[in-house]
Design a protein. Structure first.
Ligand SMILES: Nc1nc2c(ncn2[C@@H]2O[C@H](COP(=O)(O)OP(=O)(O)O)[C@@H](O)[C@H]2O)c(=O)[nH]1
Ligand SMILES: [Mg+2]
Ligand SMILES: [Zn+2]
Length: 291
């Protein structure tokens, strides 16, 4: 018996990567009855061409179906569509909740005028100061930047994230030139044609395992509690030890280190405003009985 990672799934077959080699397998007969659906990224035990066991998942995405994701490249358009800090923060919070490390990649920086470039540069710097790795370059696909990105993703299971038109497919094509994903208008036309393939693969890009289906766009639901939410903002998590009250939500509490930092311009106002907005959304959400 061997242990490996499913690198590709196609009509009932699973190609498992184990000690640098690919093994073609099928699910064990009783998987269907037990409602076990192996997905790309799953760590599995297998022998003689059959998957015997799917090991516990650290996390799981539905679109694309990938498990055990370590990192997500949040492809963020600097323009077209216009940059939205709110959308970026929603994505970051969702990833933090699932224990997926975000990397922020700004696309379309080449299209910015000088003034907008400076404004967005300051915002990008703000996210770096929080501790996120940020890619913000006049030429988004400069070889040096792509090299640094791949270095960061090495040895990780990775997915692309970002709204439609952000540039996910374009970036993937730069990382894996053989892929030839449709981009822009063409990819929209394909979608309308309901041209769906069931194949999902992890591409080995210099040791980074990157999902070939650029996936999920935004988080509309917040399924964390209001107590959990501030911990999903790294800059608040760091400051919270200095708040007077344990479990401070950084809203109306006195002697709050986060509000203090906000007043002194140490943390970004847009981040704090989004935190308050997400807090209110959770408070007003109908209870989710599925949880
Ligand atoms: N100028 C410029 N155009 C880009 C960049 N990234 C993506 N695009 C264009 O934006 C459009 C949408 O990109 P696409 O990769 O299909 O977005 P997706 O929906 O996130 O996969 C396409 O026409 C791309 O050529 C970039 O960094 N600079
Ligand atoms: Mg695309
Ligand atoms: Zn506080």
């Amino acid at each position: 018996m061997k242990t490996g990672i499913i690198q590709q799934s196609l009509s009932g077959f699973y190609d498992v990567l184990a000690d640098g080699q690919l093994y073609r397998t099928r699910g064990r007969g009783n998987f269907r009855a037990r409602k076990i659906k192996p997905v790309v990224g799953d760590r599995v035990e297998f022998a003689d061409g059959y998957l015997l066991k799917v090991l516990d998942r650290r996390n799981q995405l539905v679109r694309p179906p990938v498990a055990n994701i370590d990192m997500a490249v949040v492809v963020t358009a600097a323009t077209q569509p216009v940059f939205s800090a709110n959308l970026l923060d929603r994505q970051l919070v969702g990833l933090e909740e699932q224990g997926i490390m975000p990397v922020i990649f700004f696309s379309k920086v080449d299209l910015l005028d000088g003034e907008t470039f400076s404004r967005l540069q300051a915002i990008a710097d703000g996210y770096s100061q929080i501790g996120y790795q940020v890619f913000f370059n006049r030429d988004p696909f400069a070889a040096s930047q792509l090299k640094t990105l791949v270095e960061s993703l090495k040895g990780k299971i990775v997915t692309m994230m970002g709204q439609t038109g952000a540039g996910k497919s374009t970036l993937l094509n730069h990382l894996a030139p053989g892929l030839n994903l449709a981009t822009g208008e063409i990819s929209q036309a394909l979608k309308r044609g309901r041209h769906t393939t069931r194949k999902v693969s992890l591409l080995d890009v210099d040791g980074a395992l990157i999902a070939d289906t650029p996936g999920f766009s935004s988080y509309e639901t917040f399924d964390m509690t209001v107590e959990e939410l501030p911990r999903l903002f790294p800059e608040m998590r760091k400051l919270a030890v200095n708040c007077k009250f344990r479990g401070c939500l950084h809203l109306k509490e006195p002697h709050c280190a986060v509000k203090d930092a906000l007043e002194h311009g140490i943390i970004m106002k847009s981040r704090y405003d989004d935190y308050v907005q997400f807090h209110d959304i959770i408070v007003n959400q109908k209870p989710n009985y599925k949880k």
